[in-house]
Design a protein around this ligand. Structure first.
Ligand code: HAS
Length: 558
């Protein structure tokens, strides 16, 4: 479909800004693996401190890129499926707020004044402008939901008995989850962290962490759902088949609405301030939030099997060999399938984390980044970069630069992540810590803390990191190479849309938000009221204080 120049420009900027920053984000990922393998034995490299680099890596890749992309992709899907464009003024205001927020936070991080990591909860403290930047990025990303809801209501009035398009349902559900979960982090930032970082008040660390994780786990589904929309709506089509069941997609999306938020305490199993019963309940709900992903795994596998059989496959597993893995004209398939293969392992390791007893073994070890690079740096990152190239190239009418390279990038990235995460998880199981500049100590043969058993694990992670870096840079070349090409066709917003193999008839409950929103609110209240009460009571005032740059309690250093 033809869309206005203003919308095109908006989407290009919303893709282009975070992808430019990605160069810094990816570079700092590589440098992390170099420090950890003991090849860098210093507190900083090229004047950027270890924790400063780690903060830049996490904030750019996991917060800025994902948020900008979700908004850009939301504009594309809502416009395409509802056949109307978002309000231009509001969309540009949202963009301006997000960009200002990013600039403020980037300044604070680059100036070394906010090495508080991407989770930015206390006791690590950042500059007030870092928190203000985070708040502006979030507020800016709220605006489109208001606008899209209006577009949806107008569409619904004209199409009362038509099923809501799956991509529209997914986008609205995703941004409702985002709105609800960011309320907690907005409160944390504005009421707790800003006054604390300006030296005006003390902070309740347990409460701040609890509010952060109210946001922090729902955040991972905010990252995931745009990829899920692509998998349900586009993957079967680009694979040459059909979506096995449309209803399965709807059920999965509504289950995410119910269970994405009330699970955050599974990040706090080791926090002494929160009682066992709350941890147990959040643990159970964490298993519940895995169900929509299991539904997705079976539905997508059935859809891919159908595609393989349509292409003439035989036997039980023959379909796997008939899919268009290296088809340059269907390069989105390569990005999607590589992400899905990684997610099999990312999902399974998530279930390990969710188990209270197993969590005691892996918490705060290198296992964790092993898990989350097979999720957020797996299906999420690959869907984001594949779709960014796709959206830019189709909307601008420019052919993809280096199409042969473009189709192998996701496989190279997948191999890199598999090696990298194996190194991290293996290390984690033998006690290797996460978020630690190991070049200074554990991987430094001159230190009395030297741990030679972590040499193979960190070397493996380094090897994976180098491969990921190469694949990441190849993507940057393809994306910006496409941008500078000449236009050869009319630029259109054109998304691949799958037909459903089972197109079940409309069921009212899966086309209405109200009952689900009420259920969502009830579960959140049950899960979080006791957690917040505990956090308020056990504020950890008597716990020793640490400054970010020094691992020794402040009381002992004064
Ligand atoms: Fe997680 C920590 C539990 C999913 C991201 N997670 C993290 C952190 C991040 C993260 C960033 O319970 C670290 C935060 C920090 O810095 O401290 N996670 C889970 C569970 C799931 C899960 C149960 N996580 C994700 C996703 C993420 C993500 C998605 C990003 C996008 N996670 C945890 C827990 C912790 C945690 C604890 C805290 C640990 C601690 O101690 O700190 C589930 O949602 C996973 C369900 C997924 C599946 C997989 C389905 C498979 C599919 C692929 C099918 C493949 C096909 C292809 C069809 C059940 C859909 C077949 C075709 C062929 C050709 C083979």
């Amino acid at each position: 479909m033809q869309v206005s120049k203003s919308l095109k420009r908006l989407i290009y900027w919303e893709l282009g800004i975070p992808i430019s920053l990605l160069v810094i984000g990816i570079y700092h990922g590589l440098i992390q693996t170099v420090y950890r393998a003991g090849l860098l034995q210093d507190v900083s490299f090229l004047k950027i401190n270890y924790y400063q680099g780690l903060t830049l890596h996490g904030v750019i890749n996991a917060v800025v890129l994902t948020t900008f992309f979700a908004v850009a992709f939301g504009h594309a899907t809502m416009t395409y499926f509802l056949k109307r464009e978002p309000n231009k003024k509001l969309s540009w205001i949202s963009f301006a707020l997000m960009t200002t927020g990013t600039v403020l936070a980037a300044w604070a991080m680059l100036a070394g004044k906010a090495s508080a990591l991407y989770t930015f909860y206390p006791p690590l403290k950042g500059h007030p402008l870092f928190y203000l930047g985070a708040a502006l990025l979030i507020v800016g990303s709220w605006i489109p939901l208001y606008d899209w809801a209006k577009m949806y209501i107008a569409w619904k009035k004209e199409n009362r008995d038509t099923k809501t398009p799956l991509a529209v349902l997914g986008t609205l559900i995703n941004f409702i989850i985002w709105f609800v979960c960011t309320l907690a982090v907005a409160y944390e930032v504005l009421v707790l962290l800003l006054p604390w970082s300006m030296g005006l008040a003390d902070v309740n660390v347990t409460l701040a962490r609890t509010l952060f994780w109210f946001f922090g786990h729902a955040l991972v589904y905010f990252w995931l759902l745009p990829a899920y929309i692509m998998f349900y709506v586009m993957l079967p089509k680009v694979a040459g088949g059909k979506l096995y069941s449309d209803l399965a997609g709807r059920v999965a999306l509504f289950l995410f609405l119910l269970f994405s938020v009330p699970v955050g305490v599974h990040h706090q199993f080791s926090d002494p301030g929160i009682r066992q019963g709350v941890k147990f309940f959040h643990g159970m709900l964490t298993y519940a939030v895995a169900i929509p992903s299991f539904i997705t795994a079976f539905t997508l596998a059935a859809s891919l099997e159908y595609a393989g059989r349509t292409r003439g496959s035989k036997g039980w597993f023959g379909w796997m060999f008939k899919l268009p893995y290296l088809d340059k004209s269907r390069y989105l398939f390569a990005y999607f399938i590589s992400g899905l293969i990684l997610f099999i392992f990312g999902g399974l390791t998530g279930i390990v984390n969710a188990s209270y007893s197993l969590n005691n073994v892996v918490h705060n070890t290198a296992w964790l980044p092993g898990h989350f690079h097979m999720t957020v740096a797996g299906p999420v990152f690959l869907a984001i970069i594949g779709m960014s190239t796709y959206l830019y190239s189709t909307m601008s009418g420019k052919k993809v630069f280096l199409p042969k390279i473009n189709v192998i990038i996701p496989y190279l990235w997948m191999i890199g992540v598999l090696i990298f995460s194996t190194g991290l998880m293996w290390g984690g199981l033998i006690g290797e810590p996460r978020r630690t500049n190991m070049g200074l100590t554990y991987l430094n043969s001159k230190s009395n803390l030297f741990h030679p058993e972590w040499i193979p694990t960190t070397t493996l992670a380094l090897l994976g990191g180098i491969i990921m870096f190469i694949a990441g840079m190849m993507f940057i070349v393809v994306f910006f190479g496409t941008m500078v090409r000449k236009k050869t066709a009319e630029g259109l917003l054109d998304l691949p849309v799958s037909e459903a193999y089972h197109d079940e008839k409309r069921i009212a409950i899966f086309d209405r938000f109200k009952p689900w929103l009420v259920a969502m609110a009830v579960i959140i209240v049950i899960a979080y009221v006791p957690a917040i009460m505990d956090a308020n009571k056990n504020n950890g005032q008597s716990a020793p204080r640490f400054a970010p740059e020094n691992p020794i309690p402040e009381t002992l250093t004064k």
